[in-house]
Unconditional design. Structure first.
Length: 266
């Protein structure tokens, strides 16, 4: 085991360079000669040649006929892990106060898909972004909710009345504002359910909040003490970010229970 750890440490050392990481990421989409890559990043030929040689020595890249380099299979797999490090690094301060809660390990391993995202802080900005996701929807709105901001109900129903499919998962302990039932009745929520435009399920305790339409998504991770937090979010219209959120919603949807209105209290 000690030898394996030492060997792995050597590989990590090779990744501990912004230029060598840039080379690996660059080779994901294109083959380069060291000279051409040096020009693309405005660096010296000598330094880039040295880093290509180091990556080749540990088996992350290989030299092709004609002098270009490409990733080895090992290098390709290593690159799939780099976005996870990027995501955690760029959101380090956020994760000093938040964690992944009860999100399954298989989704945590894919957190690199969330790397291309925008950090949004403050309840007002969060709710405005949330409303924007509603407004931009044309096919569906999916949500996993720990609480229901009252001023989001009307813009949501407005979209559903246009034919947008609405599926959501409520927490049994959801914070439900006073007047919710009255407002839903006034907006004809029951009729929308009868038409099949609204489907809902329930989880015992929602910690991670997710909101998405067919192109955009946002996610709000729980605090370190396990409480949901909608005062900060990560938002993106990046396809990989959206795929992660959609897959997580579907995972939760198929594992959720029947919705029971009687469990909610205003």
């Amino acid at each position: 085991m000690g030898d394996l750890i030492d060997e792995t440490a050597d590989y990590v050392l090779e990744l501990a360079s912004s230029q060598r990481l840039s080379i690996l990421i660059g080779l994901l989409t294109k083959q380069y000669t060291p000279t051409a890559f040096a020009k693309s990043i405005d660096s010296t030929k000598q330094e880039v040649h040295r880093n290509f040689s180091r990556l080749e020595k540990v088996g992350l890249v290989k030299k092709n006929v004609g002098g270009t380099y490409s990733l080895t299979t090992f290098g390709q797999v290593v690159c799939t892990q780099v976005p996870s490090l990027v995501f955690l690094s760029q959101n380090r301060r956020y994760f000093e106060e938040h964690n992944f809660g009860d999100i399954p390990h298989k989704f945590q391993m894919r957190c690199g898909q969330l790397a291309n995202s925008q950090y949004v802080k403050g309840v007002t900005k969060v709710l405005e972004t949330w409303k924007s996701i509603y407004k931009n929807s044309h096919e569906y709105i999916y949500e996993i909710l720990s609480e229901v901001p009252l001023d989001l109900i009307e813009p949501l129903i407005k979209q559903v009345k246009k034919g947008v499919k609405f599926n959501y998962i409520f927490s049994e302990s959801a914070v439900v504002p006073k007047g919710r039932k009255t407002l839903l009745k006034k907006l004809g929520f029951d009729k929308l359910m009868e038409k099949g435009l609204v489907e809902r399920k329930m989880e015992k305790n929602v910690k991670t909040v997710v909101v998405l339409n067919e192109k955009e998504a946002c996610i709000m991770f729980p605090t370190l003490n396990g409480e949901s937090d909608i005062s900060e979010m990560l938002y993106s219209d990046d396809p990989m970010f959206h795929e992660w959120c959609l897959d997580y919603f579907r995972y939760c949807w198929y594992g959720s229970d029947v919705f029971k209105e009687s469990k909610l209290k205003e």
